[in-house]
Design a protein around this ligand. Structure first.
Ligand code: PLP
Length: 410
């Protein structure tokens, strides 16, 4: 039988929830850059949010050893005991947080932790606060759950940090979660201990609000910045905080798919119930690799940090030399989030007027072959995001092209 060229689904076949969400715009930009490259265009993709480093050998070896030992069967939903113990030790060692192994949980990726936590708790009518610019998946997962994302915008003048005043104003009796992320994707913004304390003081006044803190980029901080997490800064919030993390960014393990968290045991049990009917667990082999990542030597982390810090400095400096672009220097993650507010209204060589950050990104890709993600995708315009997790040579070339592109706008 030959495949039919185009098939359509019966009307009403797709779930209503699917119409509430968008496909991930960052994955879409990465795919577009890949397609253009495959078609022979000279394209530099700065859209992907993943380290260009390889997974360290000790972690790969642990996975190979696990395969050879036959650790290839189903595991407990929450994770193998060795992983849950390693997660509990990590939280104690690095965050001074006491979670018993029973308070820990693992899933196929940090995204899956966020998905499972929100799906297990949100009902129609509930609100979840998302801080803009946000990681693209938060509001869409809230929408999938049938709840309402309440978007709180930050300002470049405040270093893209949520202010206590804006947080207070966003909270209502229906607020169930504050979804909080630092170092931030897409801005790289980090919060010093006192800045977190000012936010936790607000949260203490609203006992209905739980906090999902996404600490994925914890280890990617620069210039001596000291990372703290919410439940560490305010122990009174421990009972209503889910501390989420993962191995993707810190250990260059994006393809392995493993995220983890620590939180109140009843919430962990609810998440396990949901995951038992979804993915069952993270891959057994990946779990063993993650045990090695968390328990093994951590000495490559400062090396990753140093390389990223140099790249950050290079990109910030070159972007600030591009006409009309202002690029703040973030303290963490591997992204910069420059503004193009001075370029709105200018015309590109194609004759097209740049009316939005989406126009800027698509003209930049067309004319100079540089793929970046427009700010609207993250809920704050007019900006764009560059991921600088690539070599200095590539970054220099990309920034030169951006400088030329901006220089040619009239
Ligand atoms: N949280 C943030 C802020 C991220 O940027 C990402 C990935 O880009 C994730 C979570 C998801 O990570 P994972 O690859 O482990 O699903």
């Amino acid at each position: 039988m030959t495949a039919k060229p185009s098939q359509s689904l019966p009307k009403g076949f797709l779930a209503d929830a699917l119409w509430r969400i968008q496909p991930s715009p960052t994955i879409a930009v990465t795919q577009k850059a890949r397609d253009l490259k495959a078609a022979g265009r000279n394209v530099i993709g700065l859209g992907a949010g993943e380290p260009d480093f390889d997974t360290p050998d000790n972690i790969k070896d642990a996975a190979i050893a696990a395969i050879k030992r036959g650790e290839t069967k189903y595991t407990a939903v929450e994770g193998i005991p060795e992983l849950r113990a390693a997660i509990a030790r990590k939280f104690k060692r690095e965050n001074d947080l006491d979670y018993t192994p029973a308070q820990t949980f693992s899933a196929p990726g940090g995204k899956s932790i966020v998905y499972t936590a929100l799906m297990a708790t949100l009902n129609p009518g509930d609100e979840a606060i998302c801080v803009a610019p946000y990681w693209v998946s938060y509001p869409d997962i809230v929408l999938l759950a049938g709840a309402k994302p309440v978007i709180v915008e930050t300002r470049i003048e405040d270093g893209f940090r949520l202010t206590p005043h804006a947080l207070e104003a966003a909270i209502t009796p229906k607020t169930k979660w504050l979804i909080f992320n630092q170092p931030s994707n897409p801005t790289g913004a980090c919060y010093a201990r006192e800045q977190l304390k000012a936010l936790t003081d607000v949260l203490l006044r609203h006992p209905q609000v739980w906090i999902l803190t996404d600490d994925m980029y914890e280890h990617l901080v620069y210039g001596g910045f000291k990372f703290h997490t919410i439940a560490q800064v305010e122990p009174k919030l421990y009972e209503r905080t889910l501390t989420m993390n993962g191995v993707s960014k810190a250990y260059a393990m994006t393809g392995w798919r493993l995220g983890y968290c620590g939180g109140p045991e009843p919430l962990i049990k609810a998440m396990a119930k949901l995951q038992s009917q979804a993915t069952t667990s993270a891959s057994s082999i990946t779990q063993w690799a993650a045990v090695e990542a968390l328990n093994g030597p951590q000495d490559f982390i400062p090396k990753f940090q140093k390389a990223f810090e140099e790249r950050r400095d290079l990109v910030v400096s070159m972007l600030n030399q591009a006409r009309g672009i202002e690029c703040p220097t973030p303290e963490g993650a591997f992204y910069v989030y420059p503004t193009i507010r001075k370029l709105i209204g200018k015309s590109a060589p194609s004759g097209k007027t740049i009316q939005s950050d989406e126009d800027f990104a698509s003209e930049l890709l067309e004319t100079e072959g540089v793929a970046v993600v427009h700010g609207a995708a993250f809920g704050l315009s007019p900006f764009f995001r560059i991921s600088y997790a690539t070599s200095n040579v590539v970054l220099e070339e990309a920034c030169r092209r951006i400088q030329r592109f901006c220089g040619n706008l009239r």
